[in-house]
Design a protein around this ligand. Sequence first.
Ligand SMILES: Cc1cc2nc3c(=O)[nH]c(=O)nc-3n(C[C@H](O)[C@H](O)[C@H](O)COP(=O)(O)OP(=O)(O)OC[C@H]3O[C@@H](n4cnc5c(N)ncnc54)[C@H](O)[C@@H]3O)c2cc1C
Length: 341
Amino acid sequence: METILVLAHTETDGSLAKPALEALAAAKSLGGTLVAGLVGDNVQTAANCIAGWGAAKFLAVTGADFAHPRYATDAAAAEAIAKAAGATVIVAPATSRWNRVLSGVAHRLGGRADTHVTAIAAAGGAISVNRWYYRQRMEAVIQRAQRPWVIALDPGCVPAWQGDAGTAAVENVAVTLADAQKRTAVTGLKAPAADQQTIRPDAAMLLVAGAGWTKKQADGQTHVPDAEKLILGFLKLTQASLGGSKSLVDLGGEGQAVLSFMTHLHQIGQTGSTPRHQKGLSTCCHGEEPHTVGWRFVNERRAISLDPNCGWARGKANVLYVADAFAVMAKVNELLAPKKA
Ligand SMILES: Cc1cc2nc3c(=O)[nH]c(=O)nc-3n(C[C@H](O)[C@H](O)[C@H](O)COP(=O)(O)OP(=O)(O)OC[C@H]3O[C@@H](n4cnc5c(N)ncnc54)[C@H](O)[C@@H]3O)c2cc1C
């Protein structure tokens, strides 16, 4: 029987974030002996919240040295917990913090790591994981004989674990750090204000802006300030997440008029991201294959483009509005405003 360790780090408030709860749910569905491994400044609150998860043990590496993400200390903590647990399978949420260290940890443990896993299942005594390849064009189901097997589960793929809180008996795992492992210091965090943060992975809807927003319109002029107002207005009213086409996010570098809030982090597609949202609305974007491949996990797709022969019209969207996005989005915002109020 496998000993399945879920590795989770606490957030700054001592809680476990949703991706950690998703990893707990995925691991629990596998059967086997469950061990919770927690890393953070103080993990008791987090452990108590998952007291009803079914862990045979709660192992933890705690203290100020483990409060912030840092390769050397995170890797040391994960390695120590995995050894103390005797883990054969290690499931971790694919957060930026764990993604940095998991392959190194697998190497130290003599194991193997798989990243960007989207599903984990057990059947006939064997565990298999799903993973997409070639920018989400092919899906593979794979198994491994090598142990320990480190699995980084992408956020948003399984429902988060829900269950009873209680009092967890946490066993501390000692990790002795050399000064060299503490050379990197986190001096502070900088993040945009919540209402300026336009990438919202948990949003139900994705709004994609294409380069058309910055192009000359029927009157021979560009209308970038209007475009900004319409897009930000829609985001404010719906709390949708914002994505962009490559052409649009590249424009800044080419010295053209750009949407001030658009960055390369917004790019959706083959060389951008592949977010998961229930619905997506593409605006002023041509819907070419390298872009729409990033829509793989967007379930219901609509697009507004002036071009009736655009990629969206060729089977990429459920609904295509052949219309002026400036006019459509102004009307949509007008209709949404009273609902929001
Ligand atoms: C190897 C490779 C990787 C790539 N990776 C990516 C990627 O990750 N992501 C990505 O996006 N692209 C990617 N591309 C580029 C991709 O092929 C397209 O060039 C890009 O997606 C085009 O962006 P766009 O549709 O916004 O711009 P355009 O092609 O310029 O289209 C603009 C659209 O806006 C419409 N429009 C203009 N005004 C209006 C209006 N008022 N109302 C409605 N519609 C209007 C036009 O009709 C047009 O269809 C990649 C290409 C290659 C070769």
